[in-house]
Design a protein around this ligand. Structure first.
Ligand code: DGL
Length: 273
């Protein structure tokens, strides 16, 4: 059976994971579901997110996906165990890249940026306990930051100010690794690179998750033709499709790396972006 990957996020953030997957496997069919009607997940309760995520994964499977990627740290934190108990298809989740950040840190001080939901979740607490070793992990919730990205704003004074307020002090105290624990923040790499000193590294999980997904596809015995023709990812948004489209256009105009996309409209007509 041919592999079709269903990628899910609360909004545009998971497109950073879709881009990594498309770059590694351009012919792999991707269905991308943005739960924009329910955005942001970061400020909702874990129970609410769990219920909603089950519903969204069901939709992706009904639509033909046979491998699922939860390209959202907040949804993975709240719902991954429940999803794996509920569905038989392989499900790849995401977590803030604490482990690689700790491995690379020379100063032994690591920062984790994520939503309030991910920062307060048990999954991150367990991850930190397991991988921190002798390093100090400073977790920084960034309420409102994913919302700004979801509006297509990935640079400029507002974003820069928010990031400086969060990062200047802990970086001055010696942190040398910043783990990005929200898929929306992947689009902030250029502004982060500009405001952080050169010795501070950024660690993202998008590409490792894409590699893991290809591995899971092979393990599940699903087919994918590495030499096949490149395909566009098919995108669905649960909220206003036009608003989702204009966010994608703004991201593209701002230079964000995105895969080729086709947006599904309620009438069934998909428009290329
Ligand atoms: N992209 C989601 C994540 O990786 C969070 C955005 C939201 O708050 O909905 O955590």
């Amino acid at each position: 059976m041919r592999a079709t990957v269903g990628i899910f996020d609360s909004g545009v953030g998971g497109l950073s994971v879709a881009e990594a997957l498309h770059r590694l496997a351009p012919a792999l069919p991707i269905h991308y579901l943005a739960d924009s009607a329910f955005f942001p997940y970061g400020e909702r309760s874990a129970d609410e997110i769990r219920e909603r995520t089950v519903e969204m994964v069901r939709r992706l499977i009904e639509d033909g996906a046979n491998v699922i990627v939860i390209a959202c740290n907040t949804a993975s934190s709240a719902g991954l165990e429940r999803l794996r108990a509920e569905f038989t298809v392989p499900i790849v989740g995401m977590e803030p890249p604490v482990k690689p950040a700790v491995e690379r840190s020379r100063s032994r001080r690591v920062l984790v940026l994520a939503t309030t939901g991910t920062i307060s979740g048990q999954r991150l607490a367990r991850l930190t306990e397991r991988h921190s070793g002798d390093a100090t992990i400073v977790t920084i919730p960034m309420p409102g930051l994913a919302d700004i990205v979801e509006g297509g704003e990935i640079d400029g004074p507002r974003v820069e100010q928010m990031l400086r307020t969060a990062l200047d002090e802990p970086v001055a105290l010696g942190a040398d690794e910043v783990a990005l624990g929200c898929t929306h923040y992947a689009f902030l790499r250029p502004v982060l690179r500009r405001i952080l000193p050169a010795h501070v590294e950024l660690v993202e999980a998008g590409e490792p998750v894409a590699r893991r997904t290809l591995h899971v596809i092979a393990e599940a015995g699903l087919e994918y033709d590495p030499a096949g023709v490149e395909v566009e990812a098919l995108c669905y948004a649960t909220g206003d499709v036009t608003a989702f489209e204009s966010t994608v256009e703004r991201l593209r105009a701002a230079g964000a790396a995105l895969p080729p996309l086709r947006i599904s409209r309620p009438g069934g007509v998909a428009t290329p972006l």
